[in-house]
Design a protein around this ligand. Structure first.
Ligand SMILES: [Zn+2]
Length: 233
C-alpha cells in the first residue's frame, strides 16, 4: 500500500484539498490590505484638512484682535492730532494713521482670501470624513469576511499541511523534487490512469507502460504528453 504511486497519489489529493482551501480565500487577504491602505490615506487627508482649518481659525482670531488694536490706536491718534503743537508733530501722527490704515486694509484682503480658502477646506474635510467612514465600513466588512472564511479553514489547513510534511519525508527526495517541479506546471501533478488514458490530459497511455507500472511500483512514470506523474488505476 505504501508504494510510490500511492504516496504520490495521496500527496496529490492533499495538495488538491490545500489548493481548494487557499483558493476560497482568494484575493481576500490582498483586498483587506488594500482597504487598510485606503483608510490610512483618507485619515491623512481628513486630518490635514482639519489642521488647515484650525490654522485659519487661529488667523481669524489673531486678525480680529489686531483690528481692534488698530482701531483703538487710530482713535487715540485722532485725539492727539487735536493737541499737536506744530506741523511736524501733525505730519508724524498723520503718517502713523496712514500706516495703520494700510495694515487694516491688508488684513481685510487676507480675510477675504482666507474666507474662500476656508470654505473649500470645509467641503474637502466633509468629503474626506465621509470617504473615511465609507472606507472604514468597507474594511470592517472585508475583515469580517476574511475572519469567517479563515476560521473554518485554519484547522483543516494545519492538519493537511502536517500530513503533507510527514508524507514528504518518506517520498525519496529526487522524486519529491520532481513532483514539486511538475506542480509548477500542473496543479494536479499526479493523476490516475483511467481507461488506459492519462486523466490529466486524456492522452492514451501505451499498454507496455501500463504493464510496467503494475510491475514496478517503486518507479515513477510520467505521461509522455503532459508530463504529469501517472498513478495506476
Ligand atoms: Zn497526460
Amino acid at each position: 500500500m505504501n508504494s510510490l504511486a500511492t504516496m504520490l497519489s495521496t500527496m496529490s489529493e492533499i495538495d488538491a484539498i490545500l489548493d481548494d482551501l487557499k483558493e476560497e480565500l482568494g484575493d481576500l487577504p490582498q483586498q483587506v490590505k488594500e482597504a487598510e491602505e485606503f483608510v490610512r490615506l483618507k485619515n491623512v487627508q481628513a486630518e490635514q484638512a482639519e489642521k488647515d482649518i484650525h490654522d485659519i481659525e487661529e488667523f481669524k482670531s489673531r486678525s480680529h484682535i489686531r483690528l481692534q488694536e488698530i482701531k483703538d490706536k487710530e482713535d487715540q491718534l485722532a485725539q492727539q492730532q487735536f493737541n499737536v503743537r506744530n506741523n511736524k508733530e501733525f505730519d508724524a501722527i498723520t503718517h502713523e494713521i496712514e500706516s495703520l490704515r494700510d495694515e487694516r486694509n491688508k488684513i481685510y484682503d487676507d480675510q477675504r482670501t482666507i474666507g474662500v480658502k476656508e470654505e473649500n477646506l470645509r467641503s474637502i474635510m466633509e468629503q474626506s470624513k465621509a470617504e473615511l467612514e465609507e472606507a472604514q465600513q468597507h474594511l470592517s466588512e472585508k475583515e469580517q469576511e476574511l475572519t469567517t472564511i479563515s476560521h473554518g479553514h485554519n484547522d483543516e489547513i494545519t492538519e493537511q499541511t502536517k500530513k503533507r510534511a510527514s508524507l514528504a519525508k518518506v517520498i525519496p527526495t529526487p522524486i519529491f523534487a520532481e513532483y514539486e517541479r511538475i506542480r509548477t506546471f500542473h496543479k494536479d501533478a499526479a493523476v490516475k490512469v483511467k481507461k488506459n488514458s492519462c486523466s490529466g490530459c486524456f492522452s492514451a497511455v501505451p499498454p507496455q507502460k501500463i504493464v510496467e507500472m503494475r510491475n514496478k511500483s517503486d518507479l515513477m512514470f510520467l505521461c509522455e504528453h503532459c508530463g504529469r506523474i501517472l498513478v495506476g488505476e
